[in-house]
Design a protein around this ligand. Sequence first.
Ligand SMILES: [Mg+2]
Length: 226
Amino acid sequence: MTKIKAIVFDFDGTLSCRPRCAYDKYKSDVHYVFPDLKENTIEFESVVQNLLTWDQYGTINKDYVYRQLVKTYNLNEELVDVLTKRWLEDFHTFSILREGVKETLIKLRENYKVGCITNGNSQTQHSKLEYCNLKEYFDSVIVSGDLGVHKPDPRIFHESCRQLGVNPSEMVYVGDTFYADVYGAHLAGCIPVWIWNDEERHCDTDVIRIHEFIEILEAIDKIENQ
Ligand SMILES: [Mg+2]
C-alpha cells in the first residue's frame, strides 16, 4: 500500500491541450506573416506544420522557432522579435483545457492536496492559469519563472511538497514532457505519471502512462493499491 497525499500537475500539455493551443496560435502567426495566404490551403498549412515541428512540443525557446521561420522563408529578421513579443502577449488567449480537467480536479481535492508546477515565464504562465480560471482549483501553484528554478530540478518539486505539507514519496506528479516532468519527479523522489497520447511514441521503460486526463483517477487507485 502506498499512501498518496498530493497530486500535482504540469500545465502545458497536461492540463491544457497544448497541441491544439499551439496549432491555433501558429495559425494566427501565419495569417500575420503571410496575409495573402488563404487558411486551410496546403500552402498555408505547410507553414503551420513547419512551425509546429520547430516548436518541439513547446520545449524550445520561441526565438528559435521564429528564427527558423525567418530563415526558411527569407523574411525580415525583425520579425523574430515581433513574433516573440506577440507570443508573450497573447498565447494565453489560445488556452484550451483537456477534457474533464476541472471535474477531475474537484474530485481529487476531496481526498488529496492538489497542486500545479509549470515551467516558463511568470507573466505567460500566470496569464494562462487565470485565463482558464484554474487557480482556485489548487492548494499550491508554482511557476518556475517566479522561483528561478525549473523542472527537472528537484528543488522545484520539493518547494511544492513544502507548500502542500507532504513528503516527496507521498506526491504523484503528472506531466507530458518526459525530461522535465517524469525525470524531474523521479529525481525529486515523487511518483511520476506520464500523460502522453501519441500512440506511436515508443517507450520501453516501465513508467505509469495515461492517455486521457480523466485516467488519472484510475492510475492513483492502482498506485495506492499496489
Ligand atoms: Mg508540459
